[in-house]
Design a protein around this ligand. Structure first.
Ligand code: ATP
Length: 325
């Protein structure tokens, strides 16, 4: 259990500005002793200052016990480096944990978070562009051991494309070896078939470990099971730091309208509570979200008409932290 008191809050860009204040309010109502401090990072800061994250912001993030993170826009430009990828590397957040939970299934996607196709080793030339898919023994072992540690008596599935990619032959062998050392039940699937099978038979899966880009795609696909991207939280875990963020991005198409679904952000706050050892607080947030759904309140992406704030207020009300909605 981690000691958590100081929490860095990065709203970031787009709907991050709308959903993170809701998650923060729930955390501060449940834990008045938490100290929050804002950190400005992202495309908005880049447009204002020419830098998406400065040394001061990085130091602030490192000074926090935990980070609540919204979303940052990453324009597809050769001169712009993804700030969230940089933060993951600077803070050595090697494991990205994405729970996908619904009626009759409880899947956790564990995504290697530092290398693979996000190695940052790339080059764009006149007639050729390359991105190096780097997998090191150290990171494969680290992510495999982490996945085994959270699998326990359940089953670990290794998602890979070892029939085509030599780097995945390497990844697969390390994962299978670590599972056997840990005594964890383990099977494997090709990642493309796995994306379909997770949708067809979600109850067949417990923990899935995979490489960086495959994990990103798999978790977006799995979002279909629970109503879309507005629903899925994630935890980025390292040895010394932890960052909690919705799986979704900044959603520029709906930003500024007050209609974004705050559930992914609220669930990310619940993961932060779990990390801090407040399991009953985390369960209460999850339960409150279900109660709000049962009461028929939903945001637009789920076919309802509630706004972001209205949904957040309803969750606070269910938690007994606010008067009538
Ligand atoms: P980015 O460039 O920051 O990754 P994006 O628009 O490419 O942003 P996402 O933000 O992940 O990608 O979202 C894709 C689409 O899913 C959005 O355009 C939006 O329509 C929908 N969406 C994502 N998150 C939410 C949410 N919390 N509530 C409602 N709709 C959402």
């Amino acid at each position: 259990m981690a000691k958590v008191r100081d929490i860095a809050v990065v709203c970031g860009d787009g709907i991050g500005q709308e959903v993170i204040p809701i998650a923060r309010e729930v955390l501060s109502c449940l834990h008045p002793e938490f100290e929050f401090f804002p950190v400005e990072v992202g495309y908005g800061r880049w447009k204002r200052t020419g830098e998406a994250m400065g040394a001061d912001e990085l130091a602030l993030l490192k000074s926090a016990d935990a980070i609540l993170f919204g979303a940052v826009t990453t324009p597809p430009s050769p001169d712009y480096q993804s700030v969230v990828v940089r933060i993951r590397k600077e803070l050595d957040l090697f494991a990205n944990v994405r729970p996908v939970k619904g009626d009759g299934f409880d899947i956790t996607v564990v995504r290697e978070n530092l290398e693979g196709l996000y190695s940052g080793i790339e080059e764009v030339g006149e007639n050729r562009a390359t991105t190096l898919r780097l997998l090191t023994r150290r990171e494969c072992e680290r992510i495999a051991r982490f996945a085994c540690s959270i699998t326990g008596p359940r089953t670990l599935t290794v998602g890979h494309k070892a029939n085509v990619l030599k780097s995945d032959v390497f990844f697969r062998e390390i994962c299978l070896h670590e599972a056997s050392v840990a005594g964890v039940k383990c099977n494997e699937r090709f990642i493309d078939a796995l994306c379909l099978d997770v949708l067809l038979h979600p109850a067949s899966y417990d923990v899935i470990v995979t490489t960086n880009m495959f994990g990103d795609i798999l978790s977006d696909v799995a979002a279909y099971l629970v109503g879309g991207l507005g629903m899925l939280p994630s935890a980025n875990i390292g040895e010394d730091y932890a960052l909690f963020e919705p799986v979704h991005g900044s959603a520029p198409d709906i930003a500024g309208q007050g209609v974004a679904n705050p559930v992914a952000a609220l669930r990310s706050a619940a993961l932060l509570l779990r990390y801090a050892g407040d399991i009953s607080g985390a369960d209460a947030v999850e339960h409150a979200i279900q109660q709000v759904f049962s009461g028929g309140i939903r945001t637009r992406d789920l076919g309802g008409s509630a706004g972001t704030k209205e949904f957040g207020d309803a969750v606070l009300y269910e938690l007994g932290l606010k008067g009538t909605t």
